[in-house]
Design a protein around this ligand. Structure first.
Ligand SMILES: [Zn+2]
Length: 379
């Protein structure tokens, strides 16, 4: 097959039909039973495609599945899809599927059921043309929308064995691939002061709110948006009554950064905080939640190769970055990772969530060609 684009364009209506089926299986992360119904449906499909399936049962969220094709002679390409969505069961009634000339609307269509459709179509096409040239692993997780607590260890373990990780999250604008995602850290800073009557003996108290105020301005000064660093104080809790010098105060800071080097700088600066108000005591908890997907040389090389594969099909793809997080943040420390392999659309997690229909066959063609032609970097 030398024209995957044409091949998938001719399949557009089947691809949309499959997308409709997956959207109708509503699968909010916190509804294990619903997610497992979709999981079982996909299990049957994967089995029919000759996959070797490993099931990872989960108590709280839906069961996780790993589907493998090919032998163990080469390092696999690992494809990440999550089958959970942010939409509760029943959303399909208030936000029904709507197909216009250019768009497919529906809860979870863009994030990321269209990505699942594309992945299955790509692997099926390669099988049909006997063009599966290396092992492919497909991991279907069930808790991406709530930070992948129950899948993180599996994702990280598989990434260490992979030659390349492809994340089927939606594309950027103009079908750009995502080559950089910021990392995420969170800190809770607790201040202990001393209560006192605000009228009778204010001078004998230690005002925890005033101490927090100093910290807030200090934290705010750590912002460096041109460098991609944001430090946002997002929550504060303090005070017991209007006439009491507050003995306790607790604030939360959300931190985003583009590199681990920047994270280390900010982490040090936060741990350097010393009390300004005499007698106040502070304790700092928290730290790194997710490393950044750093746009390092490995990712840059992977992007260049994907771009050149796309060019051979007459497609021009760019790259973009985002402050949002995906499972690509977890794999990037271990394997070159390309994210945003899914189709273009808009309205992720919003009422106007939709996929651009023309993007579906284009992305299926791109994924298929990458899986077929990928050359590992020579060490
Ligand atoms: Zn997603």
């Amino acid at each position: 097959m030398d024209n995957w684009l044409e091949y998938f364009k001719q399949q557009t209506s089947q691809l949309l039909q499959q997308l409709e089926t997956l959207v109708r299986y509503e699968s909010p992360t916190n509804d294990k039973a619903a997610v497992d119904v979709l999981g079982a449906y996909l299990h049957t499909q994967l089995e029919a495609m000759g996959a070797k399936i490993t099931l990872y049962p989960r108590d709280v969220v839906g069961d996780i599945r790993l589907a493998k094709w090919g032998d163990d002679t080469a390092a696999p390409i690992l494809i990440l899809c999550h089958i959970d969505t942010v939409w509760p069961v029943g959303t399909i009634n208030t936000m029904p599927i709507k197909i216009t000339e250019q768009q497919f609307f529906g809860p979870g269509a863009l994030d990321m059921k269209a990505g699942i459709v594309i992945t299955l179509a790509a692997i099926q096409a390669l099988q049909e043309y006997n063009a599966l040239s290396r092992p492919i692993w497909l991991l279907l997780t069930t808790d991406e929308e709530v930070s992948s607590h129950y899948s993180r260890a599996i994702i990280e373990e598989l990434a260490q064995k992979a030659a390349l990780v492809l994340v089927m999250e939606p594309a950027g604008e103009y079908e750009a691939l995502k080559t950089m995602r910021k990392g995420h850290a969170r800190y809770t800073i607790r201040t202990e002061g001393l209560a006192a009557h605000a009228g009778i003996a204010p001078e004998s108290g230690i005002n925890a709110i005033v101490e927090s105020a100093h910290q807030i301005l200090y934290l705010n000064n750590l912002n460096d948006l041109p460098k991609g660093i944001s430090v946002s104080v997002t929550q504060i809790q303090a005070g017991v009554a209007s006439n009491v010098i507050p003995p306790l105060s607790e604030l939360v800071a959300d931190v985003r950064f583009a590199s681990m080097e920047h994270f280390n700088e900010i982490d040090r600066a936060i741990h350097d905080i010393i009390p300004t108000v005499l007698g106040a005591k502070i304790s700092i908890e928290g730290g790194l939640l997710r490393p950044p997907m750093e746009r390092d040389q490995r990712i840059l090389n992977a992007f260049k190769q994907a771009k050149s594969i796309a060019e051979q099909m007459g497609m021009n793809i760019g790259e973009t970055f985002t402050g949002g997080i995906s499972d690509g943040n977890l794999t990037a420390p271990f394997a070159p990772t390309l994210d945003g392999l899914g189709p273009e659309g808009a309205g992720q997690h919003a009422a106007h969530e939709h996929v651009l229909i023309r993007s579906i066959p284009r992305r299926a063609a791109l994924l298929t060609a990458i899986l077929q032609n990928w050359q590992d970097a020579t060490p």
